[in-house]
Write a protein that binds this ligand. Structure first.
Ligand code: SF4
Ligand code: SF4
Length: 492
């Protein structure tokens, strides 16, 4: 006799109804009363079909239970119960047997070009300059600025490595990106021309602290449809706490008018703010309001600071709880707006909704080393922009290409199947262990899962599932915007 068990899932409620997120398939289903009762009962312990039907028949008729059991089995929410010993077989290795030459290279979607490793600000928490830095940008071997020749070589590298992709995405990064505006300008012209010659569109974006924006630069960015993300932490008192010039003065009064000018002039693409959240009392709603309503950003994304736990600006456990409560508030505000098809700019929730909608089940936390790579000022290619220039995380060079052996060894080691701590976590399809750079900073090892923030990740994923469930009931049309394939890798 077959014993039935519930497969790995996360139950949540939205719009007054129960829903289930199925971990193996990353699919979401609304549950009716019978399905909910079956899943709850089997989650307590496995039962035979007959036991299950007998137990639930007081509240549901037999035919309904039979149909629902079959339907839940069809979507693989339940199935034959497998004893834990059989489940605990060693995790499968990826790429175990195929010779490396036989595996097609992954196309590169996004290349992040670190055009300089110098910065005119001295943000206390910066991963590039603080005590947590990986690469010595002051005394190391890397040039301070990328040359035009290296930038051209990088463009050729990108066009080649993007394979059959019709669009190649280039993101300019720093240090402070605009310190090397002349090279950025020439690279865009060169990439446009070379893209046209090889039949590819090239899309450009950059991240900047905003201090060097001026009319000619703004004009250029608008004319060339360059996507812009501004690193800014909020109103004056928040921004000036950490985002200071080398002499210690705050940067708010310098950047605010420049950003307003940029937002007025650059209308060809939406412009976003990227906020680093640190310890101390956080008022996320106030930061959001200031940046959207008072400054005029289209969207705002928040990221907790990446740092070792001992630093003064590191977010404590209580800080993560507080951050989650505030994210939740803002996410429900996003829901209210979205139900009425009004724009809301809280980009964290939108990004997670998109991943949920696409049924993403990640083998790797992000595109680093796969569809996304970072190029250092000397042309070394690394996992992502945060590792650019680090010999320990180098995958190749723009001149010689990617060392496939190194890349595959990295991917094999970092696959979710090798993160045993994550193997029973329901949030792993979306988290997959979290950022390698965060893990390196916290634990000194990119392959370690970021177990210090699991509660936060699971809490936030649960909030986003609720928002998704609510939208699927109240305005499913809103979710249709996520039907398109992802355009580019996210650069965090
Ligand atoms: S790091 Fe934590 S939250 Fe993320 S998948 Fe692993 S166990 Fe889950
Ligand atoms: S999530 Fe971390 S490792 Fe991945 S691209 Fe972003 S900074 Fe790099």
């Amino acid at each position: 006799m077959i014993t039935l068990g519930a497969r790995e899932h996360h139950r949540f409620e939205a719009a007054g109804k129960p829903f289930v997120y199925l971990v193996p398939s990353a699919a979401i289903f609304a549950l009716d009363d019978a399905a909910d009762a079956i899943l709850r009962t089997l989650s307590e312990r496995p039962r035979t079909r007959e036991e299950l039907v007998a137990e639930l028949s007081a509240r549901h008729d037999h035919a309904e239970l039979d149909d629902t059991i079959s339907e839940l089995a069809r979507v693989r929410a339940i199935g034959e119960f497998v004893a834990p010993e059989r489940e605990s077989a060693p995790p499968p290795k990826i790429f175990p047997l195929a010779p490396i030459e036989s595996i097609p290279p992954f196309p590169l979607t996004t290349m992040v070009l670190n055009v300089t490793n110098q910065c005119n600000l001295s943000c206390t928490y910066c991963y590039e300059y603080s005590e947590d830095k990986i690469v010595d940008t002051e005394n190391g071997k890397q040039p301070k600025f990328m040359s035009e020749a290296t930038a051209r070589q990088s463009v050729e590298f990108m066009l080649k490595e993007s394979g059959d992709n019709k669009v190649a995405h280039i993101t300019f990064f720093g240090g402070e990106t605009l310190l090397n505006f002349p090279v950025l300008q020439k690279t865009i012209a060169y990439a446009r021309q070379r893209g046209a010659e090889v039949g590819k569109d090239v899309d450009f974006s950059l991240t900047t602290n905003g201090t060097l924006l001026k009319p000619e630069i703004i004009e250029f960015l608008a004319e060339n449809r360059v996507g812009v993300t501004i690193s800014i932490d909020g109103p004056r008192e928040v921004q000036d706490k950490f985002r200071v010039f080398h002499n210690g003065t705050g940067s708010y009064d310098v950047v605010a008018p420049k950003i307003r000018e940029l937002l007025k002039r650059h209308r060809s693409r939406p412009i976003g703010a990227r906020v680093t959240l640190t310890s101390g009392p956080l008022d996320i709603k106030r930061i959001y309001r200031h940046l959207t309503e008072e400054i005029g950003f289209w969207e705002v994304g928040f990221a907790p600071v990446t740092t070792s736990p001992g630093r003064g600006h590191a977010i404590s456990e209580d800080g993560y709880d507080d951050m989650l409560a505030q994210f939740r508030d803002l996410a429900f505000e996003f829901l209210e707006y979205s139900v009425e098809n009004r724009h809301h700019g809280f980009s964290n929730v939108k990004e997670t909704l998109e991943e949920i909608h696409k049924g993403m089940s990640k083998a790797f936390p992000c595109g680093a080393g796969l569809g996304l790579m970072g190029v250092a000022t000397d042309g070394d290619v690394a996992l992502c922009h945060r590792f650019a220039g680090s010999d320990a995380h180098k995958l190749g060079t723009v001149a010689d290409g990617i060392d496939r052996n190194v890349q595959f060894a990295f991917l094999e080691k970092h696959h979710i199947a090798n993160k045993t701590d994550c193997s029973t976590c329901w949030a792993r399809p979306l988290c997959a262990g979290g950022c390698y750079h965060e893990a390196h900073t916290r634990y000194g090892e990119t392959s370690r899962p970021n177990l210090h923030y699991c509660d936060w990740i699971r809490g936030w994923t649960d909030v986003c599932l609720q928002i998704y469930g609510e939208l699927s009931e109240k305005n499913p049309g809103f979710l249709a915007q996520f039907d398109e394939p992802m355009a580019a890798e996210r650069v965090s």
